[in-house]
Design a binder for this molecule. Structure first.
Ligand code: FAD
Length: 489
């Protein structure tokens, strides 16, 4: 590479899962003239909470940093194609990007571009989150960002007791904090907030979790989430529900009801926003995220975008949604790379999901929850089924619940009785296979009357004899017949 300028056929901006898989796919499909701009160490982001918790990853977050020079999955010569820096300016008319490296500015000309700039943690604009003035800003967290309200700010501006979790450096900071801190406030109880509650609890901290919604776990409805709340209390996690943080102080936080929580650190797990700054500045079509077609092409024919920065079409409803799922970012990278190399590929509409566990309570939420559907004006009814993992006589058996969300009346784009959401909370038994089953059912826009297409295999040592698909169908039919509500939890 020339010191101050060079040309490349394909330029990728962003070295997260979307960017890295785009790079790998291009190279494996024979395109060797590719460069990737990376501002952060590549990391297995999804495992970072486990790196901090150290129960599943005893070596800590360092073990999750990917060494691209070892080339286990990536082409061995990948390091020669990496520009370690940040693209500060992009001109898609002249097809030039301007990146800042340690040594200065570099001008990169490209023929095709893949934007994989991901998402950044979002923090509500409450006082005390940012350091006072600019003189105390550290170099740690420079050129990585959070969205503070509507403002994109460098992480180096976060107050010393404020944490987020997105990259390796965030996890390292939290890991260090966990060895010296005694108490923490986790703000937000989505999957990441809950995983971090458990991780920091495992490290011996007193954890306080604050959730502005009326219950913990935004992906689940209140009835299913009550099991999560019960588990939090059983494990000594203190939950503050229906209140928000209004102020961060060096001693902890102030809540919207006027009360205070004393804590050594405050972790914001309050969601993410697509990092659209570059795309916006160069005029690409934007709605909730960058608008792309099924080929991952943006409004500019030579610019593709993949991962958390784009919006996609929701399979069950046809609405625009933000995917925010790593495995999807990787698929999109493959699709973009295929199209660039002249091997057409398309990404069909998608269903989003969450799967995790919380102190051995395994949960999943696929598609739409009842609460999300109500908020979006989609009329739904629900069926809640108690399930047992083994026959009653078997002490190994554990209890749990399934909840299915079904479209009620004819809503434009939806079938009557269409399954649009699935949730499960089950003690001790992973729910990932169930999650995948319902991902397929929901993506195929199947209605409840089609559920008996799906088989249930039984073996007493593996599961209970009750066929949950039969139970769902039966419950639906009897509900229709009696017009009564299904049994609540
Ligand atoms: C704690 C946690 C747990 C998760 N668990 C799961 C899970 O279990 N399963 C799952 O599927 N997903 C999970 N996710 C979500 C998943 O990590 C994201 O969907 C995925 O990282 C998105 O990939 P991406 O490449 O689009 O973006 P990112 O991973 O955000 O990567 C984008 C990269 O581009 C960089 N960048 C941005 N702008 C520029 C610029 N101008 N110049 C240079 N670089 C730039 C960013 O700093 C970043 O390094 C989790 C996320 C978190 C935070």
């Amino acid at each position: 590479m020339d010191k101050n300028s060079f040309s490349t056929k394909v330029l990728i901006i962003g070295g997260g899962p979307g960017g890295r898989i785009s790079y790998m796919a291009l190279r494996m499909m024979g395109e060797d003239n590719v460069k990737i701009v990376m501002n952060e160490e590549p990391t297995i982001i999804c495992s970072l909470p486990y790196g901090v918790g150290r129960k599943l990853v005893p070596q800590g977050p360092e073990a999750l940093v990917v060494d691209l020079s070892k080339g286990e999955r990536m082409p061995k010569d990948m390091p020669k194609d990496i520009v370690h820096g940040v693209v500060k300016e992009l001109d898609i008319a002249s097809k030039k990007a301007y990146a800042e490296e340690a040594d200065g500015q570099i001008e990169i000309s490209f023929e095709k571009l893949i934007l994989a700039t991901g998402a950044v943690p979002w923090i509500p604009p409450v006082s005390g989150v940012l350091r006072e003035g600019t003189s105390s800003v550290t170099s740690e967290g420079k050129d990585t960002w959070v969205m503070y309200g509507n403002e994109l700010v460098e992480k180096s501006r976060l107050a010393p007791n404020v944490y987020v979790i997105r990259g390796a450096d965030d996890a390292r900071r939290l890991d260090k904090f966990a060895s010296r801190g005694k108490s923490v406030v986790v703000v937000g109880s989505g999957a990441i907030g809950l995983e971090m509650t458990e991780a920091l609890h495992d490290r011996g901290l007193q954890v306080h979790i604050v959730e502005v919604l009326p219950h913990l776990s935004v992906a689940l409805d209140a009835d299913m989430a009550s099991l999560i709340e019960k588990r939090a209390l059983e494990r000594g996690v203190k939950a503050y529900i229906g209140v928000s943080v209004t102020d961060v102080t060096p001693e902890g936080v102030v809540l919207s009801d006027g009360s205070t929580i004393k804590a050594d650190g405050v972790l914001f797990a309050t969601g993410v926003r697509p990092n659209v700054a570059l795309a916006k500045a160069c005029g690409l079509k934007m709605e909730r995220g960058i608008v792309v077609d099924s080929h991952m092409r943006t409004s500019h024919p030579d610019v593709y975008a993949v991962g958390d920065v784009v919006q996609v079409v929701d399979a069950p409803t046809g609405r625009a949604i933000l995917p925010l799922i790593g495995t999807l970012a990787m698929r999109q990278g493959l699709v973009a790379a295929s199209n660039i190399t002249g091997m057409p590929a398309e990404l069909p509409p998608v269903t989003i999901w969450g799967v995790s566990s919380y102190f051995d309570l395994h949960w999943t939420s696929v598609g739409w929850s009842e609460e999300a559907a109500n908020k979006a004006g989609i009329p739904v009814k629900t069926i809640v089924l108690p399930v047992r993992t083994r026959d009653n006589a078997m002490p190994l058996g554990k209890n749990g619940y399934w909840k299915v969300v079904i479209s009620k009346e004819k809503t434009p784009g939806l079938k009557e009785g269409q399954i649009i959401g699935f949730q499960a909370v089950i003690e001790g038994d992973p729910v990932i296979n169930l999650s995948e089953r319902f991902l397929d059912i929901i993506t195929a826009k199947e209605s409840i009357s089609e559920i008996l297409r799906h088989y249930f295999a039984h073996c007493p040592s593996q599961n209970a004899v009750d066929d949950p698909y039969l139970a769902l169908f039966f419950n639906y039919q009897t509900t229709l017949a009696s017009k009564s509500r299904p049994r609540p939890i």
